[in-house]
Design a protein around this ligand. Structure first.
Ligand code: AMP
Length: 443
């Protein structure tokens, strides 16, 4: 998608060009039309996704008719308030608002605590359309009658999850009570925790919901691994991974609807409970497949990229890229299905020599080389179907060698990394699985 397709004004387009942006980021492409259409919005996006422009650009576009150069404060009532948890973020957002509005006759200012109120008071009293603020200081100004929120049309809650964590909920409610009920509210949060959902239920009216993975980078708590394989090894490797590591809930991606359907049928034939969702399935069949997967009746859900968009499954432990996606961005979307809300996850990709180009595109986008696992070792490791069925004691301590493999984890890992080790170490690490989910470990 191009910015020109987003129906933004010429002044805003010029400001975007000045920034040197080539194309909208995914959150911008998704959010801008929604905001322009006047909907409330609940968006999950972290810093680094381009989220600030995602709300600022359409907001400025809608405020554009109010722009004027009159010196009278009465001609510049506050039309938009952007609340942020910290002064640093407020400053950063304000810098963005300034850049994007530089060709528009709209005024903006930033107010936060930790500094004298006077300059802020002056700016507010002179009249300003857009105010970026931290909640406490905004209320201080309300208390001193420096600001009137009676004509606000836009409210943005940026990093709402952090604002909740920092105890701003009552301040936010007080601020909202001072605004007209008829307004557009946009809520951005890094995660959709139950608390955020509850807040959204209270504050938003029929919101559109958008969720994107971070652009050009991938969630830190997702362990990524690549197996370089031949075409003939693809299915066998998938079977190995599923069976011998006792994966309980795996989202498997294929590039085409045909492969998705064929693969799920083959898995069922091989007695692995699998469902599929793709564009050739009617909505009811997709919903049924998704329900079976969510409820644990199906271990594997095979999906195409398009069909998987918008699927929200909490803490999905594994994603397997059976085939690499056509576009590198889809890789980020795919692996964004796992490792959510701070949970750890594993994303495993298969790549044949024919997929080398896609692989290069992905590694360029995420700015890292994927760690390569030894497919042959894994394929031959259990060739005699050797399994030990006796459960390991659940109290057995986790070997430190296993913990070391879990990036950034100090506590108890939920599942995984066994897959990423050669078979010998893998045996030890699988205790993790037994410990946490009380399932039978294998060696
Ligand atoms: P944010 O997630 O809003 O903090 O933005 C992260 C960074 O991405 C900022 O430095 C923005 O200037 C930059 N950015 C925002 N939109 C785009 C875009 N469409 N293309 C390239 N960079 C962008």
């Amino acid at each position: 998608m191009q910015f020109t397709e987003l129906a933004l004004s010429e002044e805003i387009m010029r400001a975007i060009t000045d920034q040197g942006y080539d194309a909208p980021t995914p959150i911008q492409a998704a959010a801008i039309p929604v905001v322009l259409a006047g909907h409330d919005l609940l968006a999950a996006a972290q810093t680094g996704t381009g989220k600030t422009a995602a709300f600022t650009l359409p907001m400025l576009n809608k405020l554009r008719p109010y722009g004027n150069t009159s010196p009278s404060p009465a001609r510049h009532p506050v039309r938009a308030v952007i609340l942020t948890p910290t002064r640093e973020l407020a400053d950063q957002v304000f810098a963005n608002v300034q850049s994007y509005s530089k060709y528009l006759p709209l005024r903006s200012t930033v107010i936060f605590g930790g500094m004298t109120m006077d300059p802020q008071t002056q700016a507010l009293r002179a009249g300003v359309e857009v105010v970026v603020a931290t909640p406490g200081r905004l209320l201080d100004h309300v208390g001193q009658k420096n600001i009137n929120l009676g004509q606000v049309e836009f409210l943005v809650l940026d990093e709402a999850d952090r604002m909740l964590d920092m105890g701003f909920i009552n301040d936010i409610k007080r601020i909202m009570a001072l605004m007209p009920a008829k307004r557009q509210t946009l809520l951005f949060s890094a995660t959709f925790s139950p608390e955020i959902k509850a807040l959204a239920d209270q504050l938003l009216r029929h919101p559109e919901v958008i969720e994107v993975a971070r652009q050009n980078t991938t969630a830190e708590n997702v362990t990524q691994l690549l197996y370089k394989i031949e075409e003939s090894q693809r299915y066998r490797l998938l079977q190995k991974l599923l069976k011998h590591h006792e994966m309980k809930q795996v989202l498997v991606f294929t590039r085409t609807k045909q492969t998705a359907e064929r693969l799920s049928r083959q898995l069922v034939k091989d007695r692995i409970s699998a469902v599929s969702i793709h564009g050739d399935k009617v909505q009811s069949a997709r919903l049924e497949a998704l329900a079976a997967f969510k409820e644990g009746r199906a271990t594997v859900m095979v999906a195409t990229d398009v069909a998987a968009r918008g699927i929200d499954i909490d803490q999905l432990p594994h994603v397997i890229n059976y085939e690499l996606p056509g576009s590198p961005e889809d890789y980020v979307h795919r692996i964004g299905r796992t490792g959510r809300a701070g949970a750890s996850g594993a994303a495993i990709s298969f790549a044949t020599p024919d997929e080398e180009k896609q692989l290069q595109g992905i590694e360029k986008l995420i700015r890292q080389q994927l760690k390569v696992g030894n497919a042959n070792e894994l394929l031959s490791a259990y060739s005699n179907n050797h399994r030990v069925s006796a459960p390991l004691p659940t109290s057995r301590p986790l070997p430190s060698s296993a913990l070391a493999l879990i990036p950034g984890r100090a506590g108890r890992p939920r599942e995984i990394p066994a897959l990423f080790l050669p078979p010998k170490q893998a045996m030890a690490t699988q205790v993790v699985i037994a410990e946490d989910s009380a399932t039978t470990a294998t060696s």
